[in-house]
Every structure is written in C-alpha cells, then in structure tokens.
Design a protein around this ligand. Sequence first.
Ligand code: DOR
Length: 453
Amino acid sequence: MPDNAARLLIRGGTVLDPAQGLNDRRDVLVADGKVAAVEAGLDGHPDARDARVIDATGRVVVPGFIDLHVHLREPGFEHKEDIASGSRAAAAGGFTTVVCMPNTQPVLDTRVAIEEVRRRARHVGLVNVLPAGTVTKGSRGEELAELGDMREGGAVLFTDDGVPVRNAEVMRCALEYGRSFGVPIGQHAEDPDLSAGGVMHLGAVSSRLGLRGIPSASEASVVARDALLAGLTGGHLHVLHVSAAETVEFVRWAKARGIRVTAEVAPHHLILTDEAVRDSGYDTNTKVNPPLRSEADRRALLDGLRDGTIDAIATDHAPHHVDDKDVEYDLAAFGISGLETAVAALLTYLVGPGTLPLSLVVEKLTAGPARVLGLDKGSLRPGADADLTVLDLEREWVVNPERFYSKGRNTPLAGRRLVGGPVLTVVGGRVVMEEGRVRSSGVSTPEGLYRYA
Ligand code: DOR
C-alpha cells in the first residue's frame, strides 16, 4: 500500500484532543482527507477496509500542530531557507500548518506576493502554508499596505514582524482595517529607541558580561499602547513572541476588560533564560529577538499559558546561514531555527518534569492557535481535515543540526538529549513524515529553483 493511501487506520493510540476534551484510547480512521471516525475498535468500520493500518500502541495521537510564526525566507533569502526546506522542517517537527512571516525580500505586501507564496507551497505539497502579509508598504511603518487585497489573496495575519509598527496612528488604522476584514494585526512589540544596539536581555547577566541590553520595557510599553488601541478600535491585536513578565501582565489586563488581544510565546523563551548566553560561552545561537529573558520572566510566561493569558506556542522559526551566526556576538543575526526541536524540547523540559501538563501544551499548539486565526482546524472531530500528529513520549534523540531538514542549523539545543517527539505527521490524510523521514516531494536549491521528483 503506498504511504499516501486514501484511507488510514491509526490504531491503538491514546487520542489527546483538548478541543473535544478527549484523552482516551481510540482508533482514528481517515478517509478522503478527512477524519472519518474517532472511536475504540474501528477494525470493522466499512471505511476501514483497504485502509493502511498504522500501529500507534503506546503513542499519543493529537491534532496536527499549528505554528503561527515561522520564517520561510522565500523569496529573497533562499540561502537561509525556502518554502520546500521549511515545509520539510515543519513536517519533521510535527507541524501540519504554519503561518509564514512576510519579512522576505521583497516583503509580502501585495496580493500577488501572497498568492505566489501559496502557489509555491501547494507545489511543494507537504504542509499547509498560510502567509502573513505586512501591515505597511515595504514594512516601512508609514503607509498601510493593501490589507483587503491581501486578505482576498489568502493572507491570514498582518504584521511587519522583524520590526514593529512604531507609529501609533498607523497602528490604530491597521487595527481598524483589520477589524473590518476580520484579520488580526500581529505586533512585533519593540521600542527601537529602547532596544537600539541591544543584543541580549538587559539585566544582571548583561551587566556582568558587558553586553548591551534590551529592557523588558521595550516590549511591554508597545503592548500597553497597542492594547489601548485595540480597545479603542475593537480590532484584534495579536502579540507576537511574548518574552517579558510585564507583557503578560498587560495582556492579562486587556483580556480582563474584554479587549481583543491574543498572544503567543516561543519555546525558547519557555525553556531558556539569559544565563544561556553566559553558560554557552556566547553561543550566537542564543541571540534572538526578543531576547532570552530572566528566570522570573520565564515563570511569568508559564503562568500566562496556564491561566489562558497566552493563547498559543509558536516557534518563531528563524533560520539563518552559518555566515550570519559565525561572527562576534554583537554582529550575529537574531534568530533560532526552531521547527524541528520545538515539540521535543517542550516535552523534555516542561512536560517531562511536570511543569506543564501534556494536554495544555497540545492545546497551545492546536486549538489555541486555531482560535487566534479563526481556523477550522486544531481538532480531530469527525469531518475535520485529517491533519494529525503522533507523538512517542519515550523516543530519545540527540539534537544534531547537521541532520535538520531546515537549512538553518542555528539552534542553542545542539547536542542536547531530548525525550519524546513526533513520529508521524499526516496532512489532509497524507503521511508527510514517518519515523523522522519526510516524504520527498520537492528539492530546494540555494537559488530557490525547484525540481520536483
Ligand atoms: O530573532 C528574530 N529573528 N526575531 C525577529 O523578530 C525576526 C527574526 C528573523 O527574521 O530572523
């Protein structure tokens, strides 16, 4: 039976689907790209005939993970990543849907650019790639881009990520327009005057190391302003990569008042702190924007996940070429290649020790992000798209960036032993990753030209 069989019977696993409150032993039957049934003992089901049977005994079957924040770098930076290599990395990491950021070259600020990314992603055909468009033309922060047009072309989020929308009036207009199109405005919250020249979190560690710091107020002050603007306009503000305790406070404050604010947090901010900069011996793979912050911030982020202040975990997968990282700390590019380690790192450092329950982590990777964008995904309800992931909670592996599908080898987790991770990824009923091997559908080249097998 070919591995893209129209029917799959995933048998004997524990189905964990937070959207349905389900955490029990069940079979999952997939037919024609949809979830046909989730029940115990589906062997006799008429659709199970001719189905490819996958044994999931001892494993956990979850809705496919949705990542609200990845950088696929195409067009323009194909030496760092392209849609094919990024799609493979997503499939390897258990992600079935990714939202790709528009800080490409040129930036995605027109309908035609949005449609082109979608076309290329469909051609690669591994995971669902949903593009974000910029808020402003050229991400210059001055004039709104054609938001309605990009929405028509399939943009699911508007953001100038990489840089903030600095001008409050531009942000107010963006929230107003975003509301009328039903699309959230994602803010990369950073005050460029406060962060200028900074390379890590401003605190005791940066002082001791003599590195220029980025204060938490750089992020939190922008979020406070934007929460007020979301309240003023009724628009939906989505706060990207929350890193600071104060930001969690402002998002909590806004939610309590019924203001439409949602927030995401990256795995690296949940598991690492600014001490990693020192302990790694200035490994430039710890350099990320917003920066790894203090232990108190990390704990506040965990609390934010627990009480619902933070809606989603998103990788901020930011692949870079070795030439961008193999330089002095001050000069290195910001960013961590995260798609292939995110789930395993969350399982190892947060679920394993009991810091967060598995069901909460799965919720923040499935139903949570689906709600942020209003996507009809993130659950294994019968009739839903058959996007699912199977986890093996016991699988042990050592992170070896040389074996990444991503072109970005820039991870601070190289050499770490992780326990647990995705072993099967199914998108629209097609197996795209099995036991770590991703289906070959496209071959990417440094030029970003495609040859298809
Ligand atoms: O670390 C980061 N890298 N933060 C950003 O906001 C942008 C991203 C990138 O594009 O490399």
